[in-house]
Design a protein around this ligand. Structure first.
Ligand SMILES: NC(=O)c1ccc[n+]([C@@H]2O[C@H](COP(=O)([O-])OP(=O)(O)OC[C@H]3O[C@@H](n4cnc5c(N)ncnc54)[C@H](OP(=O)(O)O)[C@@H]3O)[C@@H](O)[C@H]2O)c1
Length: 359
């Protein structure tokens, strides 16, 4: 525990002790008069936008569950591209929601896996001890030893034989992938090309598309061909030796999971009513703009997907883990106190699947 912390020990009526912790600089000089039990926890905190170094490990107040909330002891979380976007405040438009000059949310972390430690008075869906995982973009807070979340949010029970580290990376990349595949209406027998099949979104998209019965062509670099074959892709194209945009096959969907292609380059790959989608807005936000224009013409179109905040989607994804149809790919693991290094690695753009933080 930090040496900035003052500890008051108050005897109670029975003669045992209640421990009251106060942060040094803000503590009152007089002993506390109430028996409020305030505990501290470790958390990764960033109070300004910027590079990974703006994130610092600090002792902060442990949260308590509101009436409709769960208090979760976080056992594993991830650093992903969503965290990077909110931490850096990029693209700039994100700041309309996340805070214009400085971030509203100072503790990031969108994916979590852990144990329910306490439930609010109104919660009947969960009990202390439940093993849960989920997604909390918007409220954040998973980069900490404890977090709270409303019980009706994006939470699912961890399947019996999955560890916290396996469950933590099950919701970010995968909910983007699921959102895109669902919006494109992918069904059994469809031809799907997934570009960037080794990223968090791409590696999930390959597995989810297979679970929907699609025939999947996956595009990745030479070093990862075997990995992507192992995810179930029917055909793998190495973009370092082959220009996938010259492929003769025609697709119902081209899903760019790393935002490195364009509708213009991929259009010829599409069947007459085929769909192109990308995880990135593209240069000058041309993705969302073309998504408004191309559907006006009957034929090949671009869709831009912002996944809905949908608890059912999270339960569906965890169901795929349980049935063995989806296994999140884990690249590196870091302890919480090396979260800056984790951010630096994720921002190389070369992670394979997901980067897990153990708490
Ligand atoms: N809120 C946000 O801002 C947000 C949130 C989520 C996603 N996104 C966008 O979605 C994209 C994907 O996110 P992610 O987390 O899935 O990505 P990621 O995990 O960081 O993707 C890394 C993978 O991309 C592959 N890759 C890199 N350059 C490539 C290229 N030129 N062609 C094909 N593959 C390439 C690399 O594999 P190889 O070694 O095989 O090349 C690497 O394994 C991000 O680029 C980001 O723009 C944005």
């Amino acid at each position: 525990m930090s040496d900035r912390i003052r500890v008051w020990v108050l005897p109670d009526k029975a003669g045992s002790h209640t421990w009251v912790f106060f942060d040094g600089p803000t503590a009152s000089t007089a002993p506390p008069t109430t028996r409020t039990l305030l505990l501290l926890m470790k958390a990764a905190v960033s109070t300004s936008y910027g590079p990974p170094q703006v994130v610092r490990l600090q002792e902060v107040d442990k949260p308590t569950a509101g009436d409709d909330e769960l208090l979760i002891k976080v056992r594993a979380t991830t650093v992903n591209r969503t965290d990077c976007g909110y931490r850096g405040g990029t693209p700039l438009l994100i700041r309309l929601f996340s805070g214009l000059r400085r971030p509203k949310a100072t503790m990031l972390g969108t994916e979590f896996a852990g144990e329910v430690e306490a439930v609010g008075a109104e919660v009947t869906s969960h009990r202390p001890g439940d093993r849960v995982c989920g997604y909390c973009e918007g409220t954040f807070g998973a980069h900490a030893e404890y977090m709270t979340i409303r019980a009706n949010r994006l939470i699912a029970r961890i399947p019996g034989d999955s560890s916290f580290e396996e469950a933590a990376p099950s919701t970010e990349g995968s909910h983007y992938a699921l959102g895109m595949l669902r919006r494109a209406g992918i069904q059994e027998g469809d031809e799907v090309l997934i570009y960037g099949a080794t990223g968090a979104i791409g590696s999930a998209a390959v597995q989810i598309a297979k679970s929907l019965g699609a025939h999947v062509t996956a595009v990745c670099g030479t070093a990862h061909v075997a990995l992507v074959e192992g995810l179930g892709a029917d055909r793998v194209v190495d973009y370092q030796t082959t220009d996938f945009t010259k492929d003769e096959q025609k697709y119902n969907l081209v899903l760019d999971a790393v935002g490195k292609s364009s509708f213009r380059r991929c259009r010829r790959l599409l069947k007459p009513r085929g769909i192109y989608t990308s995880s990135d807005v593209g240069l000058f936000w041309h993705g969302p703009m073309l998504a408004l224009i191309t559907p006006l013409f009957r034929g090949r179109k671009l869709i831009f997907v912002v996944p809905r905040d949908d608890p059912e989607a999270i339960r569906y994804l965890v169901g795929l883990i349980e049935s063995g149809e989806f296994k999140p790919v884990i690249d590196r693991r870091y302890p919480l106190d090396q979260i800056v290094e984790a951010y630096q690695y994720v921002e190389t753009g070369q992670k394979v699947g997901n980067v897990v933080i153990t708490v």
